[in-house]
Design a protein around this ligand. Structure first.
Ligand SMILES: Cc1cc2nc3c(=O)[nH]c(=O)nc-3n(C[C@H](O)[C@H](O)[C@H](O)COP(=O)(O)OP(=O)(O)OC[C@H]3O[C@@H](n4cnc5c(N)ncnc54)[C@H](O)[C@@H]3O)c2cc1C
Length: 388
């Protein structure tokens, strides 16, 4: 027996799924989000929400809630392992133009803000997508809990390992970057000079990033090259990281030391080789399911949030969901694919073996006008008619 009927079933309740549900709700389109997890657990990591993501949240009327739940940064850039400047772009220009720069926030708090906006019953927890079948009226979605949902349209927002994508486009390829990433939330004493900073420190084929996400907590990540099938026992993470980053600025070691060993997570960094189709009849992929990127530009979540925004814009423009799905990729793929490819290359550059001094010098001496222009283009939400 069908569980619930709605206009659109969204598979996956991550950043993309929740933001899309919010965009649809703003257009009064009934939807349901089906998330496999039985509960939203506090994820032990933060996220940087750049000005493009924040402009979308502004259009949803939740920018202030996000700022309140996170930490608006005033300095953001690349540093040496001793925390000396390599390249710090001018965030004030971003703020002057877009009204906001980057906000660093705990992922669980971002989820909370989004969930609070959604109508009761929109998000269904404990629904793991299993398979999709076409029906006369649209689609029947089967879940591993034995339940079924009927809807006219389906959106796949189930992340980089998307089962829905595998069913529709089985040839899509994930790429392992050769790098792995540890993440944690630390509670050190935060020097004033770092209170509103988001920095990534480049060392010898390893890097470390951090930014406070509240007065008491600092989100950090550490990246190193590792074989894809490398095995490291969880209880060794903390000791191994202290050893790996021992010649970085003492604040880095302080951050690792002040993180509960059990709260450090590790994931391989991978992306999705750009695919040239995100949509089939009444089914659309978005977020990481369509275009997962490496985190080197801090834009995967930002692009998922932009997806939600432009889908809402397209539905408003066409007043027709079928047409909106059909146009979606042509509106989004140019920017998204450029980010996926640029981010992949940047990750390689960050871990080069030889020529590090020259590389840092090139970043340091890059004309500030070019750096600013690139940044402004990345954060710009182009009007829909420029993209159609
Ligand atoms: C180390 C790291 C750091 C990052 N830092 C940043 C950053 O600073 N800024 C930024 O913008 N981006 C960042 N990103 C990228 C960002 O996290 C992702 O792009 C973003 O989370 C994508 O959102 P999504 O909803 O598409 O996918 P996901 O976040 O993967 O969410 C998918 C959701 O679908 C659910 N799901 C999966 N399978 C099923 C199923 N079968 N049935 C039902 N539900 C299912 C999952 O449980 C999950 O809730 C980072 C990524 C990494 C790995």
């Amino acid at each position: 027996m069908p569980l619930i009927c709605s206009m659109i079933s969204i598979i996956g309740g991550g950043i993309a799924g929740l933001s899309t549900a919010l965009a649809l709700q703003k257009q009064n389109i009934p939807c349901k989000v089906y998330e496999r997890s039985p509960a939203y657990k506090p994820v032990g990591a933060g996220i940087w929400l750049a000005a493009n993501a924040m402009q979308v949240f502004n259009s949803f009327g939740i920018q202030d809630d996000i700022i309140k739940a996170g930490n608006e940064l005033s300095s953001f850039g690349l540093m040496t392992k001793e925390i000396n400047r390599i390249s710090i772009p001018d965030l004030q220009i971003v703020k002057d133009s877009y009204g906001i720069a980057t906000v660093a926030i705990h992922r669980a708090r971002l989820q909370e803000v989004l969930l609070k906006q959604l109508d009761e019953g929109v998000v269904q927890l404990g629904y793991k997508f299993e398979a999709l079948t076409k029906t006369k009226a649209g689609y029947s979605v089967q879940f591993t809990n034995g339940k079924t949902a009927e809807s006219k349209f389906v959106i796949g927002a189930d992340g980089i390992h998307s089962k829905l994508r595998m069913q529709l486009f089985p040839n899509a390829q994930k790429r392992y970057s050769g790098q792995t990433c540890w993440r944690g939330i630390s509670t050190p004493s935060i020097p004033e000079k770092y209170a509103r900073a988001g920095y990534e420190l480049w060392g010898n084929q390893i890097r470390f990033g951090f930014s406070p996400i509240s007065n008491l907590e600092v989100y950090w990540f550490a990246v190193a090259k590792r074989p894809e099938n490398d095995i490291e026992p969880t209880e060794k993470y903390k000791a191994n990281l202290k050893q790996l980053f021992k010649d970085f600025d003492p604040f880095v070691l302080d951050l690792i030391e002040n993180t509960a060993a059990s709260a450090i997570s590790r994931n391989n960094i991978e992306d999705l080789k750009p695919i040239n189709v995100w949509h089939k009849e009444g089914v659309l992929l978005l977020g990481d399911a369509a275009h997962a990127t490496t985190p080197n530009m801090g834009q995967g979540g930002g692009q998922a949030i932009e997806d939600a925004y432009y889908l809402g814009q397209l539905i408003k423009h066409h007043n027709d969901i079928t047409k909106a799905f059909a146009d979606f990729r042509s509106v989004r793929h140019k920017k998204v694919n450029a980010i996926v490819n640029q981010s992949y290359t940047l990750g390689k550059i960050a871990h080069i073996k030889r020529g590090k001094r020259l590389r840092n010098l090139a970043f340091k001496l890059a004309p500030s006008k070019a750096v600013t222009n690139n940044m402004m283009a990345l954060y710009k939400l182009a009007p829909l008619d420029e993209l159609l």
